[in-house]
Ligand binder design. Structure first.
Ligand SMILES: O=C(O)CCC(=O)C(=O)O
Ligand SMILES: [Fe+2]
Length: 345
């Protein structure tokens, strides 16, 4: 029997960004299938000529993130904020190890900066915005990048609306209008290497995303999806030049449950235990006042759903009564057991 077996990885559909933007009808069926099946797909950005998402621009973002995290801890901590912040706040920071992580009794293992799209759009001169220095210096790049991701999100929402026959007020772009207030943000995350110290937390707890769509750029594996209808976890391996895109709770609810918000988490990948994982994640969320109804018939404003979800992330431990909001499943917290995992790799 081999000592090592390859960890299970998910097979996802690949959607061409070039086609999505120039002839969306050509990808509409695949896109709908991906969003109703696993709720995850790869977005192939290599055939899209817009400079803001070219390989070199994404590399530039990774340089920015590294410079940012090299700041002294007290400088980063000065940007700490909770989710009840003002709509004017451009940047907020969370230290590693504040919330529950995917391993029982251990905290999360990532620090994160959030850059909020709405206030950032209104900044005329990013060099003077209220943000850490590396973000001020490259503020125009961030604005261009977020604006490109917004356009792509709208193309996806438009295509899905047409496929699902959502028109008028139900058309998904009508709750994601450019320039309207929302908590949409670009997250810059840094996962600590696993196993360097017993005190350090691990990864990212099992969750569904609160918002509409998430675009993940990363070059270190660790992200896993719970395959629909099973308790089986599969790694979603990074692909060069591709974003990993997934549907969140808001889109699930705005589509009356037709689009799937899949459970996912980040845990150490066997060959990457000692690598620092950086993730750039664009988290699209509906306008603050957009309304949807949850599975129990309760009406939510988009912003309140977001606050509820982050209240759970911010707690030291998982309260079982919160599990259905966190993971979409009653009494299921999707913990990762390092001992069982070690036995299978
Ligand atoms: O870091 C990753 O690969 C995934 C991040 C994620 O799931 C999130 O930010 O919601
Ligand atoms: Fe997520």
């Amino acid at each position: 029997m081999p000592a090592q077996s390859t960890p299970h990885s998910a097979v996802l559909k690949v959607i061409s960004l070039g086609k999505l933007m120039s002839s969306p009808a050509a990808v509409a069926a695949e896109l709908l299938a991906a969003c109703t099946d696993t709720g995850f797909f790869y977005l192939d950005c290599t055939d899209w000529k817009d400079g803001s998402l070219s390989a070199s621009q994404v590399q530039r973002l990774f340089q920015i993130i590294k410079t940012l995290y090299d700041l002294p801890q007290e400088e980063k901590s000065a940007w700490a904020a909770d989710h009840h912040h003002s709509e004017e706040m451009i940047v907020g920071y969370k230290e590693a190890g504040v919330g529950p992580g995917p391993v029982e009794a251990r905290k999360d293992g990532f620090e994160g900066f959030m850059i909020f799209e709405h206030p950032l759009r209104n900044v005329a001169d990013p060099a003077t915005m209220v943000a850490p220095r590396p973000l001020q210096e490259d503020g125009k790049i961030l604005q261009a990048n977020i604006s490109a991701l917004r356009d792509i999100s709208l193309a996806i929402l438009d295509s899905l609306s047409q496929s699902l026959g959502l028109t008028g007020k139900s058309h998904l772009t009508s709750t994601h209008r450019v320039g309207e207030a929302s908590t949409t943000a670009l997250g810059l995350l840094k996962y600590l290497p696993h196993g360097t110290s017993e005190d350090i937390g691990v990864g990212h707890i099992a969750h569904t995303d609160a918002g509409s769509l998430s675009f993940v750029f990363t070059d270190v594996p660790g992200l896993q999806v719970a395959l629909p209808g099973t308790d089986e976890w599969a790694y979603i391996l990074p692909r060069e030049g591709h974003a990993i895109v997934n549907v969140g709770d808001s889109l699930h609810l705005l589509s009356q449950g037709r689009l799937r918000s899949s459970l996912h988490r980040v845990v150490p990948y066997p060959d990457a235990f000692n690598r620092t994982k950086y993730t750039i994640v664009y988290l699209v969320r509906p306008e603050t006042d957009a309304v949807f109804i949850d599975g129990d018939g309760k009406e939510w404003k988009s912003k309140d759903w977001y606050l509820k979800k982050f209240e759970i992330f911010g707690k030291g431990a998982i309260d079982p009564s919160d599990s259905s909001v966190l993971t979409g499943r009653e009494n299921y917290d999707g913990r990762w057991n390092p001992l069982t995992a070690a036995a299978t790799v």
